[in-house]
Design a protein around this ligand. Structure first.
Ligand code: HMG
Ligand code: MG
Length: 297
């Protein structure tokens, strides 16, 4: 009982670029976002309203939002705290992603608070955003494994997800931050989340560090998931998670799903055009299998 179609949430402009040391011109980022939209992406993480001292690449967040293309169903921006959420509200953006790690150590390294401190700050802010009509997504980092604490207990992840659900978020994006989950772990967690949180949009966010992301996507679909975060070109990683390489490449996901008869609505040809736009500006080579097979090494 696999889904007939799947929604891809493109995270390339945010997760894909946040780790790049050299500043990528704002105009290039806007062109990348526009080309992704033209390739058939409907939901996209555009940028983050984080501290420019922590993540200089995202310093142009407000400009990115003001230049974002028409026609996206959801233009999502990340915000880690009150200040970030205030900055978002000065823009036209109507979808906010907050992010918290199950692991305290990771959360401290990433946003300088424990998991509980972050939740205490975010709970009332999520309520305010919902009252104002915002779409709120919560990204759950280190849902299976942490680069600092090792294996994370499923109970802890389920508890944090339930906490967010109670606070009123619309969507949970459950993330394998360092690409260590295996399909049995992916299936187990998502089957439980589906059963205990039936009202919420559930999305899987896999990194392909150990080349297990496609297997994890298949296992997640078997558990009833039909929304996946991915990044064009397989770019990305979190600057505060050592060993976090790229997100699963959107083109590899689209290739697999379309060959399985599962519709994504995304044009691989146009997607490759988007990757070619940004490729000269990133420090890493494009490692996705689809790119290597069809475009060049
Ligand atoms: P802090 O240093 O504890 O912040 O950092 P603070 O509250 O003490 O403030 C210090 C200064 O930062 C002040 O400015 C604040 O105004 C400013 P100053 O008075 O020194 O001039 N500040 C801000 N400026 C702009 N925007 C803000 C903001 N907040 C404070 N929102 C903070 C705490 C959360 C700010 C910092 O740790 C931070 O920005 N972290 C972001 C880290 C990040 O972006 N990580 C990557 C995204 S998460 C990810 O990739 C995982 C994901 O993909 C899922 C997965 O794969 O796991 C989502
Ligand atoms: Mg990520």
């Amino acid at each position: 009982n696999l889904p007939g179609n799947v929604t891809i949430i493109e995270v390339g402009p945010r997760d894909g670029l946040q780790n790049e040391k050299g500043f990528i011109p704002t105009e290039v980022k806007k062109q990348f976002i526009g080309a992704l939209r033209d390739a058939g992406i409907w939901e996209m993480e555009l940028t983050s309203f984080v501290s420019p001292k922590w993540v200089p690449q995202m310093a142009d967040a407000a400009e990115i939002v003001s230049g974002s293309p028409e026609g996206l169903l959801r233009s999502i921006v990340l915000a880690p705290n009150k200040k970030g959420i205030e900055r978002v509200q000065e823009t036209s953006c109507k979808a906010v992603a907050v992010f918290v790690g199950v692991s305290n150590t990771f959360n401290k390294k990433n946003i300088n608070k424990t998991t509980a401190e972050s939740m205490d700050e975010l709970r009332p802010l999520i309520g305010e955003l919902k009252a104002k009509g915002y779409f709120v997504r919560a990204c759950i980092s280190t849902a299976w494994h942490c680069p600092y604490e090792g294996k994370i207990s499923e109970e802890d992840t389920l508890r944090l997800c339930s906490d967010f659900a109670e606070s009123g978020v619309d969507e949970l994006s459950v993330a394998d931050t360092i690409g260590m989950a295996v399909p049995t772990e992916a299936y187990s967690l998502f089957a439980k989340l589906k059963a205990c949180l039936p009202e919420i949009l559930l999305t899987a966010h896999f990194h392909d560090t150990r080349k297990l992301a496609l297997a994890n996507i298949l296992a997640s679909m078997q558990a009833g998931i039909d929304r996946f975060d991915s990044s064009a070109g397989g770019l990305g990683g979190c600057p505060f998670a050592p060993g976090a390489t790229g997100n699963v490449a959107t083109e590899d996901v689209v290739y697999m799903l379309e060959r399985m008869g599962i519709e994504t609505g995304i044009s691989l040809e146009k997607l490759m055009g988007a990757v070619e736009l940004v490729r000269p500006h990133v420090s890493r080579s494009i490692e996705s299998m689809y790119y290597k097979m069809h475009i060049g090494a």
